[in-house]
Design a protein around this ligand. Structure first.
Ligand code: OSB
Ligand code: MG
Length: 371
């Protein structure tokens, strides 16, 4: 199968409400989407998680666009049979840029599934028709508003709450949510905001308020600090930013620094890598779940397909579409179903279609490339 065309679009979608983390606040999400078309017809869609600013990781919309346009597409057009695996094998010679690589890999995965007339979930070996999800709650202006926000998510049916925390927004909000909702499954995520010496304090409030999981409190490279926090802890220590490939996972497993694995296809460079990291973690007895980057319906559909595969056992950060955007660029929004789940689409590929009219409404630029 050869490609006839690739489209790269930049979109800006307004969020339903601002999303604040330890590294900043997003009101509109600016991101790239990639469409690949095969000569004989079918299309595949991928989304790039890189944001306008390099805050979560070193990639941004600008670096991802450069990487895709100047390096990945010329290479892709030279391949006779651009499978996702072949593409990643060739792309590996360029260091870094996992989000740019993932965007193309996702599009190729969707294309392959559509060409085969099968769902992406099926093609990845998914065995679930619904995936268990939770909701990631951004930092709020004050504690009462947080408690109220969490209450509304619980009413909507979410069975697990992840609170974004940072120094100065941790013990107090966590205590308040625990007091109001004694039984809720509570996780926290600091996005690297703490120095290693804060481990004692984090342990105290996390244990006192029954936090089930603490995600990435320390810097990406601070494997030892995470291992120390994990030792004898009543909660799981989850790594997100620290795990960027197979060897960083090996090192974290060997150091016992990871007792829960957040798999983001963007951070690790695609669905194929994400699935194999989760398998590896499972063999070491470490549970995985799919992390989110506020994706539109395109990236969400890829994430749901990944979460339907056997190694993903904890609830994923994949909330219903209405929690993210005023209007999404895909049809068939994801809705929260029984038991805090999303349904895995059964149609060909990612199982949702891009609504071109809505895409045009929110796009900032569009470029078409041909071999
Ligand atoms: O660390 O998980 C994170 C969003 C942007 C950047 C980093 C993270 C997040 C989320 C969002 O937590 C989760 C979601 O998409 O629902
Ligand atoms: Mg995280």
């Amino acid at each position: 199968m050869r490609l006839s065309e690739v489209r790269l679009e930049e979109v800006e979608l307004p969020l339903v409400e601002p999303f604040e983390t330890s590294f900043g606040v997003e009101r509109n999400r600016r991101f790239l989407i990639v469409m690949v078309r095969a000569r004989d017809g079918p299309e595949g869609w991928g989304e790039c998680a890189a944001a306008a600013d390099p805050l979560y990781s070193s990639e941004s919309v600008a670096t991802a666009r450069w990487m895709i346009v100047e390096r990945l597409l010329p290479m892709l057009f030279r391949l006779d049979d651009p499978t996702p695996e072949r593409f990643l094998y060739e792309a590996a010679r360029f260091r870094g840029h996992p989000m740019a690589k993932a965007a193309v890999e996702l599009a190729l995965q969707d294309l392959r599934a559509r060409a085969a007339g099968r769902s992406l979930s099926q093609l990845l070996g998914g065995h679930r028709s619904r995936v268990r999800v939770g909701v990631s709650v951004g930092i709020q202006p004050d504690v009462p508003r947080l408690v109220e926000r969490v209450g509304r998510y619980l009413e909507a049916g979410y069975g697990r709450i992840k609170l974004k925390v940072r120094p100065g927004w941790d013990a107090r909000p966590v205590a308040a949510v625990r007091r109001e909702y004694p039984d809720v499954e509570l996780w926290v995520d600091a996005n690297q905001a703490y120095p290693a010496r804060a481990a004692g304090q984090i342990r105290r409030w996390a244990e006192r308020y029954g936090v089930a999981q603490v995600e990435q409190p320390f810097a990406e490279r601070a494997i030892r600090a995470h291992a120390e926090l994990a030792r004898g802890a009543s909660f799981r220590v989850c790594l997100d930013e620290s795990i960027v490939d197979a060897s960083s996972l090996e090192d974290a497993l060997a150091a016992k620094a990871v007792t829960s694995l957040n798999v983001k296809v963007a951070r690790v460079g695609g669905l194929g890598v994400g699935r194999s990291l989760a398998r590896r973690a499972a063999r070491a007895g470490v549970p995985s779940w799919v992390g989110g980057m506020l994706e539109s319906g395109i990236g969400r559909a890829h994430n749901v397909a990944l979460a339907s595969t056997p190694s993903f056992v904890l609830s994923s950060d994949l909330s219903a579409s209405d929690r993210y955007y005023v209007e999404d660029i895909t049809d068939r929004p994801f809705a929260l179903g029984p038991g805090s789940t999303l349904e895995v689409p059964r149609g060909p590929g990612i199982g949702v279609e891009v609504v071109e009219r809505t895409l045009r409404k929110y796009r900032r630029s569009s470029r078409t490339f041909r071999p």
